[in-house]
Design a protein around this ligand. Structure first.
Ligand SMILES: [Zn+2]
Length: 168
């Protein structure tokens, strides 16, 4: 997993808040979010669930500020997260791979998740600018997404949302 792809953690967590049913409503739904990230797995309690919901809120605010062009506010949001959840890099050669840079697996699940998401977002913004952070413009969709940041600003999370909204 390269370090930029940690930004996907932010997108995946924010997008658990769906209009119809909250996909982060109890410990089971939190565990299924973590299933695809075995290195983030760990014992979780209801306090961790609360922390993850708070983190989801904070990350959404960053995407919303970026999409509204309020880049200072977006940067401030990322910096707050980086301060609150410092990253602890570590070399790893898991699963027979070459030694590569990873985040340490110490600490609580929400702390590690937040550190990874904030660092990934920082790398994305450093490479592509805040234009890369988007909130879907479809009326019935709350999703956030990462765009490549070049050309015209992307407005929809998916081709399906663009088509439904009659957008380009
Ligand atoms: Zn959408």
């Amino acid at each position: 997993m390269d370090l930029v792809s940690y930004a996907d953690l932010a997108v995946e967590l924010v997008n658990t808040r769906e209009p119809a049913v909250d996909a982060l409503r109890d410990l089971d739904t939190l565990r299924s979010l973590l299933l695809i990230r075995p290195h983030l797995m760990g014992r979780v309690t209801s306090r961790d669930l609360e922390a993850m919901r708070q983190l989801r809120h904070d990350l959404r605010s960053v995407f919303e500020a970026a999409a509204a062009g309020a880049v200072d506010r977006a940067a401030d949001g990322v910096n707050q997260l980086l301060l609150r959840h410092p990253i602890h890099p570590a070399l790893s050669n898991h699963d027979g791979q070459e030694w590569h840079l990873h985040l340490s697996e110490d600490g609580s699940v929400p702390d590690r998740y937040a550190a990874g998401a904030a660092m990934g977002l920082s790398l994305v913004v450093g490479a592509r600018g805040f234009r890369a952070l988007g909130v879907c413009a479809a009326d019935d969709c709350d999703n956030v997404f990462l765009a490549d940041g070049s050309g015209k600003r992307r407005r929809y999370c998916s081709p399906a949302c663009r088509k439904r909204s009659g957008g380009q």
